[in-house]
Design a protein around this ligand. Structure first.
Ligand code: ADP
Length: 627
C-alpha cells in the first residue's frame, strides 16, 4: 500500500493550502488580484479607443466621444484629437505595464515564500511520521512530494493564478464591453462562449484522474531511481544493469504513457478552443460585413458603423489569446490540484506514534525495564512478529538477546524507544509505560546502536557529536570507550576526516564504532546494542568487550548478539525463537539446560557433531524457507 496515493479532493486540498499559507500574505494577494484585474481592464480599453478614433478621425462618420471621459476633455480640432488619442494610448500602455509588473512581483513573491514554507512544513511532517510509514512508502516518493509536487504548487501560484485571473477578467471585460458598445452584434460574437464552457468542463472531467495518476507515477519513478542509484554497488556486483535498466524503463514508460495521454487531452482542448474562437471570428465578420454592405441581418435592427465592426473584430481576435491561455490555466490547475492532494496528505498525515496529550517526561531513577506480555505485528503482516514476550531487566543489568535470524530480537528492542508501538501488552521503564511519556525524553534516555548504523555526510567528530553539543574531550572519551579512537587518529585528518555519504569511506566495523561512540556520548541510562559489534574483528571486539564492563556498569544494557561470546557474561540471556522467548538464564544455566541456546553455542564453538538431528533439521528448513 502506498500512503501517498490519495483520493483526497484536490480542489479542497489546494484551497486548504491557500488558506493556511495565504494568511500572512493577505495584502499581497488582495493587491495582486486588484492590480491584475486593473491591468487587464486597462489594456482592454485600447481597441475601443481605436474604433472611436477610426470613426471620428479617419472616416469622419461619428463624433469623437469616449464613453467614460467627459466630452469637455476632448479637443475640438481633428489634429488635437489625433494627439489626444496618442496621449491616451501612451498613458494606458504605461499604466498597464506598471500595474502588470507590480502584480507579477506580488504573485511571485507569494509563490516563492509559500513553496518554501510548504516544503519545510511537509518535510517536518514527514520527519514526524512513524517508522512503519517508511516501511510502506519509498523514500523516493516522499522526496518527489517534497520536490516535484511542491514545485508544481509554486508554478501554479507564480504563473497560473495570475494567468487565470487575466483570462477571466479579459473574457468578462471583453464580453461586457461588446455588450455595452453594441449588444446586438455582441450576441453574435459571444455565441462561442457557452460552447467553450461545455468543452472545458468535459476536458476537466477527463483529465483530472489522469493528472492524479501522473503525480503518483512520477513519485513511483522517483522511488525506483532513488533505490537504484542507492544500490548501485549491488547492481554492479550482480551484473543486473540490464534488468535494472528494464525496470527503470518500465517505470518511466508508465509515467510517459499517462503524461502522453494527458498531453493529448490538452492538445485536443487547445485545438477545440482555437477552432471555436476562429469560428466566432469568422461569424462576426460575416454577420458584421453583411450588416454594413446590405442591411441588418436576421432579426437585428440597430445601425452598425465600420469602427464598431473593427472594434469587434479586434476583440474577437483578442479572445483567441486568453482562450489559448485558458487551456494552460486549466492544465496548470489540474496539475496543482493533484500535487496539492499529495502535499496535504503528507502534511496532515498523522503519526501513529506521538506524545499522549498529558504525557510527562520519562524519569529514570533506576533503569528497570519491563516487558509485560508484549505482542506485536508489523502492518500488514499475517503473523505477529512477537507473541507474549515478558521479561524484566534489573537496573544496571546486562541482558543478552540471542536466537536465530528473524526470531524477533530486533523487533523486541525497537519497541523500547517506541520506534514501533506494541500491539498488545506494555513496555515499561521504571514503572512508566513508554507510550505515556514524551518521545523526546524517552529517546534521550534510551541509546540505540543498530547493526547498520547510519552516518551522515560530514566529519567523524560531527557524526559522534550528532544531536548533542559536546567538547572535543568528551568526543574523544566516547570514541575511546567505543574502541574508535585508535583508528580515527590514524585517518588522514583524524577526527576531522570526512566520512562520505552514509559513511562510505569507513569500513563496516569502523562505522559501528563511530555509532557506538555516538550513543555513549549521549550517556543514556539504557543502552541497546543491536548486533552493534557484528562487523568488528575479534580483536576489536575483545577491546570493546573489556570496556563494556565499564560502559554497562551503571546503565541497563541490552545486547543482541549473533556472536554468543559477546553476551557470555550477561546477567540474563533471553533466547528467542519464532517471536517468543523460549529460554532464559545465565550462560551456565542455559548450557546446563541443554536446549536451543546450548545448541547455538555448540555451533559457534565448532562442536557440530554434538548437535541433535532435530536442531539441524530445523536449521535446514529455516534456510530453505529463507531462500
Ligand atoms: P531478529 O532481530 O531476531 O533477526 P527481527 O526482529 O528483525 O528478527 O524480525 C522478526 C520478524 O519480523 C521477521 O519475520 C521479519 O521478517 C519481520 N520484520 C522485521 N522488520 C519488519 C518490518 N519493518 N516490516 C515487516 N516485517 C518485519
Amino acid at each position: 500500500m502506498d500512503e501517498l496515493d490519495t483520493d483526497r479532493d484536490g480542489r479542497r486540498a489546494l484551497l486548504a493550502l491557500v488558506r493556511r499559507y495565504g494568511d500572512g500574505y493577505r495584502v499581497h494577494l488582495t493587491l495582486g488580484i486588484a492590480l491584475t484585474v486593473f491591468t487587464v481592464a486597462v489594456s482592454q480599453v485600447m481597441p475601443y479607443i481605436l474604433g472611436v478614433a477610426i470613426d471620428a478621425l479617419f472616416t469622419g462618420t461619428q463624433q469623437y466621444s469616449i464613453r467614460f471621459l467627459p466630452d469637455a476633455w476632448i479637443p475640438a480640432e481633428r489634429t488635437g484629437q489625433f494627439w489626444f488619442t496618442l496621449g491616451l494610448i501612451v498613458v494606458l500602455s504605461t499604466a498597464a505595464l506598471v500595474f502588470g509588473t507590480t502584480a507579477d512581483y506580488l504573485w511571485g513573491n507569494f509563490a516563492q515564500h509559500m513553496q518554501h514554507e510548504v516544503r519545510v512544513d511537509a518535510y517536518e511532517a514527514a520527519q514526524e511520521r512513524e517508522l512503519a510509514f517508511y516501511d510502506d512508502t519509498q523514500t523516493g516518493e516522499v522526496m518527489s512530494v517534497l520536490n516535484n509536487d511542491v514545485n508544481k504548487l509554486e508554478n501554479f501560484f507564480t504563473q497560473i493564478v495570475s494567468m487565470g485571473i487575466r483570462v477571466l477578467v479579459m473574457t468578462a471585460g471583453i464580453s461586457a464591453f461588446m455588450l455595452w458598445i453594441h449588444p446586438q452584434l455582441a450576441s453574435v460574437a459571444l455565441l462561442v462562449l457557452p460552447v467553450l464552457f461545455g468543452v472545458t468542463r468535459l476536458f476537466e472531467r477527463r483529465v483530472s484522474p489522469k493528472y492524479e495518476e501522473k503525480r503518483s507515477r512520477v513519485g513511483k519513478l522517483n522511488g525506483r531511481l532513488e533505490n537504484n542509484v542507492g544500490g548501485i554497488q549491488t547492481i554492479k556486483s550482480y551484473n543486473t544493469e540490464n534488468e535494472e535498466r528494464d525496470r527503470v524503463q518500465d517505470s518511466s514508460a508508465d509515467y510517459r504513457d499517462i503524461a502522453w495521454s494527458a498531453f493529448l487531452e490538452r492538445v485536443g482542448l487547445i485545438g477545440s478552443i482555437s477552432g471555436l474562437t476562429s469560428l466566432g471570428y469568422a461569424v462576426t465578420f460575416l454577420v458584421g460585413g453583411y450588416w454594413l454592405l446590405f442591411q441588418p441581418p436576421l432579426f437585428f435592427t440597430a445601425p452598425l458603423s465600420v469602427g464598431t465592426l473593427v472594434t469587434f473584430l479586434l476583440y474577437s481576435n483578442r479572445f483567441q489569446f486568453p482562450m489559448y491561455q485558458f487551456a494552460g490555466v486549466l492544465d496548470g490547475y489540474q496539475n496543482a490540484r493533484a500535487a496539492a492532494a499529495r502535499v496535504v496528505t503528507l502534511l496532515e498525515g498523522d503519526s501513529d506514534i506521538r506524545d499522549a496529550p498529558d504525557a510527562d517526561d520519562l524519569a529514570v531513577p533506576e533503569g528497570r525495564v519491563e516487558y509485560d506480555d508484549v505482542t506485536f505485528s508489523y502492518d500488514g503482516a499475517d503473523e505477529p512478529a512477537l507473541t507474549d514476550v515478558s521479561f524484566e531487566a534489573e537496573p544496571g543489568s546486562f541482558v543478552g538477546l540471542v536466537g536465530p535470524t528473524g526470531a524477533g530480537k530486533s523487533t523486541t528492542m525497537k519497541l523500547l524507544p517506541r520506534l514501533y508501538e506494541v500491539t498488545e501488552g506494555a513496555v515499561r521503564i521504571d514503572g512508566q509505560d513508554v507510550s505515556d511519556v514524551t518521545l523526546r525524553s524517552l529517546r534521550n534516555r534510551v541509546g540505540y546502536v543498530s547493526q547498520e548504523p547510519y552516518l551522515f555526510t560530514g566529519t567523524v567528530v560531527e557524526n559522534i557529536a550528532y544531536g548533542k553539543e559536546a567538547s572535543h574531550e568528551e568526543v574523544v572519551a566516547a570514541a575511546k570507550s567505543a574502541g574508535a579512537h585508535e583508528f580515527v587518529t590514524e585517518l588522514d585528518d583524524g577526527y576531522e576526516t570526512e566520512v562520505g555519504e552514509r559513511g562510505v569511506k569507513l569500513s563496516g566495523g569502523q562505522k559501528q564504532r563511530v555509532a557506538l561512540a555516538r550513543a555513549l556520548l549521549k550517556d543514556p541510562e539504557i543502552l541497546v546494542l543491536d548486533e552493534a559489534t557484528s562487523h568488528v574483528d575479534n580483536e576489536t571486539e575483545a577491546v570493546i568487550q573489556e570496556r563494556l564492563v565499564d560502559l554497562t556498569a551503571d546503565r541497563t544494557t541490552f545486547a543482541i548478539a549473533h556472536r554468543l561470546s559477546t553476551i557470555r557474561d550477561a546477567d540474563t540471556i533471553l533466547v528467542f525463537d519464532d517471536g517468543e522467548i523460549v529460554e532464559r538464564g545465565s550462560h551456565e544455566e542455559l548450557l546446563a539446560a541443554d536446549g536451543l541456546y546450548a545448541n547455538l553455542w555448540r555451533v559457534q564453538v565448532g562442536d557440530v557433531e554434538e548437535l541433535p538431528d532435530s536442531f539441524l533439521d530445523r536449521a535446514q528448513r529455516r534456510m530453505q524457507a529463507e531462500t
